[in-house]
Design a protein around this ligand. Structure first.
Ligand SMILES: Nc1ncnc2c1ncn2[C@@H]1O[C@H](COP(=O)(O)OP(=O)(O)OP(=O)(O)O)[C@@H](O)[C@H]1O
Ligand SMILES: [Mg+2]
Length: 1078
């Protein structure tokens, strides 16, 4: 989501005023008070138009975080509270978007925070410019060049623990997109005197202390160094340790930075070897040695150190030793060697050390440039950052301070020029009338120093080059002569009587009224330092070194390239490089950061008004404000101005349709701002007095409150309305859905009801039709029936005459007949066998034929019996007649009967005719014998039996002895009246005789026979045929038998088993004879 752009302004929540041009009234006091007020509120940055004043807070503030970077990124300069990032952003965007090369000029006195400011600018630009691996490497190298240069070029001074002892101008190069490509660093005049001597309370360059504290034992041994600072004459012991600074850690940082910047390991080592050599040079000491010709000579006290230096640098010891003892001057192809006295030897030694170190520093800068230079040849946009040493006023000010202050003077000059020019250009650009404003122009001081004919530097050079004895004093004299009349030059020796009695001005000094204050310069050393002499013997000795770095630092030592011309003096060199710098800066769009030091104690929270006042004065800040306010204090483009104040007027609020300028005009007229208070430029409105602006601000503030209420009101209204609309919309949706639902439901109901009704109606109709159809069908059936009957009747009526009256009966009979016929025909096939004993008979087919069927069975049986009988012979017939007679007599009366049925009646069981025994008997009987059988005659007295032959003839019954055949009794059949027998299964029988007959005298006979049934039957038949009377046969289990006179009862009893299966007879008493039948 795009970040919401909130238009803010520098004017929001201001502490004091963020821009000094708005200060009212404007004077030194209000200026300082405003700075102090802001400083106390941690607002260390304040603007003067586009210039940033930065007050050193001497403590870390949380205002440089990545979030802050984001805050200031792509925002207009006056949109947020004053910040160095705002300036950096403005410069970067102007470079990137408007293709304007930029320079950032950071000025201020030592310790005011210039170096920190330059680093902040660089880090901001690094943070906002392009990204990517390559770009990041370039950025990293640019940033990491700082620690290296600071280690070699910065030192602790009384004013600043990390004071830059060289001037630095760095060009950062960008491509058309704004991505960094590389950079170029220029260095200005390293304060090399510090190598050999440091003022009280100050240190040599950081690198010496860092090397001794941070190097490993191994490295120290290699460099033949000792860790102890006190071993080295060049290191002041005053403040060898700086509070809060860890030299050892910084050493590691520097080594690391060197690696990042691109130093090879051997290069870094070489650099440290040179540093070690410089340190050790300081320990070479000389002693005087008198020679015959009276000239002073010097000798190295202890050659050990020299030896070590030579080993370290690869210089022939004797060569170096000689270079410290002699000075060779070449003139007109003649070489003249002079000896050096002790002082000269020391001078030579220190000169060598200073040169070695300063050349090493320049080499470092070049080496870094080689690494960070842009790799392409495309056109580059450039942002230059100038961090030059600040204006210096010490107790003893020498050549260095003079040079430094000259440089600052030039910067002030360019500042004035550019600011004024800018201001003027803006007025012209905007078509506003330019009104002249008085301010101090330091061009005159610059002229005093750099004028080619009578400038101080020119005089100095003249003196240095002049033949004859040249001393600092002669130089001062010259100055007194030439510059005495100059307004800003002060000297006691000058003819001008102004300073004759000024005791504050010693004789060996001159004073210059710099734009930042008066500075008293000691003339001593000016000539020497300007000459910057290094004896040729020494440079040649150095050139002979096998140490490649050292060799390369002294190219003039090459005998092949001997140049008899004097090298340019330090002063003229510096002047030239400053001139180049100024030219360079003039081609660029300047951005100023003016650093102010709030106190001398390097302490936070202390705001020394006097000190600040002094700086404000010499920095010309009030002038700066005045110039800026010349005519108009405040200006702003029409668009942001209208945007900011449009709510103050009805016509412009909330939207102004026309051009912004017309809107601002309407606005200002409406607010009744006096016309003399403002002016319309081409793109900006110019406000003369800050008061007007503040009035506008106040009105705006008030209006904003009203607007906030209005917005609140409208918002609340809007919210309620939206809510209401939403509710209404929702309600409509709900209602629509509900109606739809209700209609759907109703429709469903109607539909289902219709279906029910439909189905009922259809059912009803169907039933009606069905009923009708059924009725119709019945009618048809009835009609058919009636018709059938009717036809029947008609037919019958028609055919009645053809039928007999009793046709039915006939039919019935016929049918019956047919059935019977069928029955008989079937019976014919089903007839059983002809055997009379066959019990089979077919089942009856019809119930009504039951009696017929039974009858038929009977007839058939009779018929087959007859058939059977018809087969009989006469004899057989007789037998069966007899058998039939027996059946009629005994069947179902005598238990013995059934056993007799199967026995054929033989009659003559005894073969009387054939048996001779019975011849007599046979002879005695003339008649036919019907029965001849042996029977048992029961004795009436005891019941025992005797065998007798029983014979029956046609008329008689005979009993004969079995053995003899002699007839014992003969009874005519007519005398036989009755035969008695039991009903049981015994063969006993009694033959009753007619009373009074002859035979009856002996009484009745009681027999038993095996053939009782046959005998009784034959007796009956014979009696019947002979007497025509039926013989009575009594079957009873108790009957009386006549014995002579007595009648005896024969009684048959059942079941005595004692005598086996044979019936036994026993006489019980006179009257009773008991027969036990088994
Ligand atoms: N913006 C800042 N925030 C916090 N501390 C700062 C800031 N600026 C400067 N300082 C402190 O002040 C000290 C001096 O600053 P700096 O080295 O930048 O001064 P200088 O103007 O470069 O001095 P010289 O001219 O001696 O080089 C720094 O070491 C730091 O401790
Ligand atoms: Mg600095």
């Amino acid at each position: 989501m795009a970040k919401m752009e909130v238009k803010t302004s520098l004017l929001d929540n201001m502490i004091g005023v963020g821009d000094m041009v708005l200060l009212e009234p404007l004077n030194e006091e209000t200026f300082i008070n405003n700075l102090k007020k802001r400083f106390d509120h941690n607002e260390i940055y304040t603007y003067i138009g586009s210039v940033v004043i930065s007050v050193n807070p001497y403590r870390s503030l949380p205002i440089y975080s990545p979030e802050k970077v984001e805050d200031y990124r792509n925002r207009n300069f006056y949109e947020l509270s004053p910040h160095i990032f705002a300036l950096s952003d403005e410069a970067y965007r102007s470079l990137r978007d408007q293709d304007k090369d930029q320079c950032i000029l950071i000025t201020g006195e030592s310790g005011a925070g210039k170096t920190e400011a330059s680093k902040l600018v660089m880090s901001y630009v690094a943070a906002v410019c392009g990204k990517g691996a390559e770009v990041n490497q370039v950025k990293e190298q640019l940033l990491q060049s700082n620690p290296v240069l600071e280690a070699f070029g910065n030192a602790k001074t009384v004013r600043n623990d990390n004071s830059s002892r060289f001037g630095k101008y760095m060009d950062i190069e960008f491509d058309f997109k704004g991505d960094p490509l590389g950079g170029v660093i220029s260095n200005y005049l390293l304060e090399k005197s510090r190598v050999v001597k440091q003022p009280r309370g100050e240190r040599n360059f950081h690198v010496f202390y860092q090397l001794l504290s941070g190097a490993s034992e191994e490295l120290l041994n290699k460099l033949t160094l000792e860790r102890d600072f006190s071993r080295y004459n060049y290191l002041s012991l005053d403040s060898a340790k700086v509070n809060g600074v860890d030299d050892a850690a910084n050493f590691r940082t520097v080594r690391n930075a060197m690696q990042i910047v691109g130093f090879m390991d051997h290069e870094a080592e070489s650099v440290l070897e040179v540093v070690a050599a410089v340190l050790k040079l300081g320990n070479i000491e000389f002693k005087p040695e008198s020679r015959v010709n009276g000239l002073d000579e010097s000798k190295i006290k202890d050659k050990n150190e020299l030896k070590e230096i030579c080993e370290l640098t690869g210089i022939d010891q004797s060569v170096l030793e000689r270079a410290f003892s002699f000075r060779t001057v070449e003139a007109k192809q003649e070489k003249v060697s002079t000896t050096l006295n002790v002082a000269q030897a020391y001078y030579a030694r220190d000169a060598l050390a200073k040169n070695l170190y300063s050349r090493l520093f320049s080499w470092l800068v070049n080496r870094i440039n080689e690494s960070i230079k842009a790799q392409t040849k495309v056109r580059k946009k450039v942002m230059g950052v100038l961090d030059i040493y600040g204006f210096e006023i010490f107790e003893d000010n020498s050549f260095e301070q003079f040079i430094i202050n000259y440089c600052n003077e030039k910067l002030q000059q360019i500042f004035i020029e550019l600011t004024l020019k800018e201001e003027q250009e803006e007025y012209i650009r905007e078509g506003i009338e330019w009104t002249h404003i008085d301010y101090f122009n330091n061009a005159i001081i610059c002229d005093l120093i750099e004028n080619n004919t009578n400038g101080i530097l020119a005089m100095l050079d003249e003196e240095c080059l002049r033949p004859g004895t040249v001393t600092d004093e002669t130089f001062l004299e010259k100055l007194n002569q030439v510059c005495a009349t100059h307004q800003h030059f002060e000297s006691r020796m000058s003819k001008s009587s102004r300073f004759l009695n000024d005791t504050s001005l010693p004789h060996s000094c001159f004073r210059i009224q710099h734009y930042a204050g008066k500075v008293l310069y000691q003339v001593e050393g000016f000539v020497d330092k300007n000459n910057d002499l290094l004896y040729r013997d020494l440079s040649q000795a150095m050139w002979k070194a096998s140490h490649t770095l050292i060799k390369s630092l002294f190219p003039e030592g090459n005998p092949a390239k001997i140049n008899l011309k004097r090298p340019p003096t330090a002063g003229s060199q510096f002047k030239a490089s400053v001139a180049t710098l100024m030219k360079n800066l003039q081609t660029k769009n300047p951005n100023y950061i003016r650093c102010i030091k709030p106190n001398d104690k390097k302490a936070a929270h202390i705001f020394n008004e006097a000190l600040v006042c002094h700086q404000i004065r010499y920095l010309g800040l009030l002038e700066n404000v005045r110039v800026r306010r010349a005519g108009y204090a405040f200006r702003q483009a029409y668009e942001p101005c209208l945007e900011r104040y449009k709510m103050l007027c009805k016509q412009t609020w909330p939207h102004w349709k026309g051009p912004a300028r017309a809107g601002v005009e309407v606005l200002f007229n409406e607010l009744e701002i006096p016309v003399e208070e403002y002016s319309f430029g081409r793109s900006k409105i110019f406000i003369r007095n800050p008061r007007t602006l503040f009035k506008l601000e106040d009105l705006r503030k008030q209006r904003l409150e009203d607007l906030a209420t209005l917005i609140q009101k409208i918002y609340r209204g809007w919210k309620c309305r939206t809510h209401f609309l939403l509710m209404r919309k929702s309600q409509i949706v709900v209602a629509a859905w509900y109606r739809r639902y209700a209609q759907q439901k109703r429709y469903q109901q109607i539909k289902s009801s219709a279906l029910v009704i439909q189905s009922y109606i259809r059912g009803w109709k169907a039933r009606k039709i069905l009923r009708e159809l059924k009725h119709q069908k019945r009618c048809e059936e009835a009609a058919t029936t009636i018709a059938a009957y009717w036809h029947g009747t008609q037919v019958r009526r028609e055919y009645r005459k053809f039928f007999r009256a009793n046709a039915g009966k006939k039919i019935y009979e016929f049918t019956l007949q047919r059935i019977v016929q069928k029955y008989f025909l079937e019976m014919k096939n089903k007839m059983p066998s002809l055997s009379p004993i066959d019990k089979n008979w077919p089942s009856r087919p019809y119930l009504f034929l039951d009696s017929t069927h039974k009858e038929l069975k009977r007839i058939f049986h009779l018929w087959r019996c007859k058939k059977y009988r018809d087969q009989f012979t006469d004899q057989q017939k007789l037998i069966y007649e007899e058998k039939l007679e027996a059946s009629e007599l005994f069947k179902d009366k005598k238990a013995l009967y059934p056993s007799s049925v199967g026995q054929p009646f033989q009659g003559a069981y005894l073969e009387i005719n054939k048996n001779p025994k019975y011849k007599k008997l046979k002879d005695a009987i003339e008649e036919k014998i019907i029965i001849a059988e042996v029977v048992n005659k029961i004795n009436r007295a005891n019941g025992k039996s005797t065998s007798r032959i029983f014979l029956l003839t046609n008329n008689n019954l005979l009993l004969a002895d079995q053995k003899s055949g002699q007839i014992k009794s003969e009874v005519p059949l007519v005398d036989v009246t009755k035969v008695s027998m039991s009903s049981q299964n015994d063969g006993f029988f009694a033959i009753h005789l007619k009373e009074g007959s002859e035979a009856a005298s002996k009484g009745d006979f009681l027999f038993s026979s095996d053939h009782l049934i046959e005998m009784a039957t034959k007796l009956y038949r014979t009696t019947l045929s002979q007497t025509k009377q039926k013989l009575s046969i009594e079957i009873s289990d108790e009957f009386l038998v006549q014995f002579r006179q007595d009648k005896v009862c024969v009684k048959f009893i059942q079941g005595n088993q004692k005598n086996g299966s044979v019936p036994t007879c026993k006489r019980k008493n006179n009257r009773l004879l008991e027969v036990a039948v088994p």
